[in-house]
Every structure is written in C-alpha cells, then in structure tokens.
Design a protein around this ligand. Structure first.
Ligand SMILES: *[C@@H]1O[C@H](CO)[C@@H](O)[C@H](O)[C@H]1NC(C)=O
Ligand SMILES: *[C@@H]1O[C@H](CO)[C@@H](O)[C@H](O)[C@H]1NC(C)=O
Length: 217
C-alpha cells in the first residue's frame, strides 16, 4: 500500500512537476553567456555557432585543492560558472578535498541531491532528516553515499591521511547554505537577540561564535 502510494506520488511528480531537478532543456545546447546583462532562471545562451569544446570542459578537478584553511577542506566546483556548457543541463560535479581532521561543515544544497564517490581516504558523513534523525556512516575509497536534496549534511575526515571525493549534483548550480556561516557570519549580521533566543544562550556566547567565524577587522 505504501509502495503503491509512493509510486503514484512519483508518477504524479514526473508528469506534472519539474521540481525533482532543474527545468528540462528546450534546445540541444545553451552555453551560458556569463557576461550577459540579461538575467533569466539560469543564464541566457550565447550564439550556438560560437560554442566550442572549451565551453564543455574543465581540468579544474584534476588536482587536489588546497585544504590549509579554517575548516581543513576545499570544494572545487565544476558547475555552470566553470563549465558554461552545463547551462540548462541539470547536472554538475565538484571535487572536495579534506586534510586529516578537516571538515566540510553542516550545509544544505537548496537545488540538488548530492551523490559522492570517495577517491581516497575515509570520511565520516551524515545528513539529518526534517524529523531530526541523523543518518550517518563511515565511507572509504571506492564507496558512494547520497545526501538528499535540501537536507543538512556534512563530511569529516577523522583519518590520518588526506581524503577526497567527487560529488555529483542534479543541478547546474546546486547552491550552498553553510549553516554556521548563514547564521553567524551574515552581512548584515543576524541580530544577537534572534540567535540568543534560538540557541537559548547568552549574548556573549553568540558574539564569541560570530567573532570566530567572521572576525571583525
Ligand atoms: C560570435 O562570434 C563572432 C565572431 O567572433 C562575433 O562577432 C559574435 O559577436 C559572436 N556572437 C555572440 C552572440 O557572442
Ligand atoms: C596554503 O598553501 C599554499 C601553497 O602551499 C599557500 O600559497 C597559501 O598561502 C596557503 N594559505 C594559507 C591560508 O595558509
């Protein structure tokens, strides 16, 4: 019964909805003209006659990214901003590198499900459902894990050697909302009273987190 209901919902979504991923394409190619002044849902297409192989290419994921930063991890994107030929195609990739101890802190992708393939090392990964259930696992080289669209998720390298994954997204530009930075490093700032009431702590605690995440000059 539940399976039948799920099938019906899926069929309904496939027939009537475009909500599972980016909208479907209406032409063979639509290489993004990233410099165009006109803004649409996505990017306007440059003249198809001017498309080249370079529009569909990047070597950006070939080498490990530098992980000597605050969180000890780096996301290197191969999305529409790096590969303009991805415009309207509804897919993209990224490479994420992690130093030993490095974390890709809790965040969400508003427009995509993410599927990661471990290139090297070992990672503790997880996501939290809207019922606040943590689904987590340790994954290693060659293994795959999925983070459903919109749900808060993270990866941490608790190993002694670097780790790396290739991440696939069903969006040309998945978008990322980093929970800590969204709340504690926004410009202008999210007011302290909103955060003290939300986290049930004092202003000093909030200011401390803010100063660590967005040091004032
Ligand atoms: C296409 O390339 C030609 C020749 O370089 C250029 O004159 C034209 O402006 C380009 N068209 C677009 C839409 O970029
Ligand atoms: C990270 O390492 C690179 C290369 O070793 C160096 O150029 C860069 O300045 C370092 N960045 C930080 C924040 O230490």
């Amino acid at each position: 019964m539940t399976a039948l209901l799920a099938l019906l919902v899926l069929a309904f979504a496939m027939v009537f909805g475009n909500s599972a991923a980016d909208p479907d394409l209406l032409q063979d190619i639509c290489v993004a003209d990233l410099t165009a002044g006109v803004k649409v849902n996505g990017f306007v297409c440059k003249d198809a006659a001017n498309a080249t192989a370079e529009d569909f290419f990047t070597a950006g994921l070939a080498k490990p990214g530098l992980t000597n930063n605050t969180f000890g991890s780096l996301v290197t994107a191969a999305n529409v901003l790096k590969v303009p030929g991805l415009n309207t195609l509804g897919v993209s990739l990224a490479r994420i590198d992690y130093a030993p101890g490095g974390i890709n802190p809790p965040h969400t992708h508003p427009r995509a499900t993410e599927i990661v393939f471990v290139l090297e090392g070992e990672l503790d990964v997880g996501f939290i459902t809207t019922a606040n259930k943590l689904i987590s696992k340790t994954i290693k080289k060659g293994e795959v894990f999925v983070f459903p669209k919109g749900l808060v998720h993270f990866q941490k390298n608790n190993g002694k050697v670097p780790a790396a994954v290739i991440a696939g997204f069903n969006s040309q530009l998945q978008g990322t909302a980093n929970i800590a930075l969204t709340l504690f490093a926004a410009t202008p700032e999210v007011p302290d009273h909103v955060l003290t009431q939300t986290f049930r702590v004092g202003t000093k605690d909030i200011e401390k987190i803010k100063s660590r995440l967005a040091p004032k000059a």
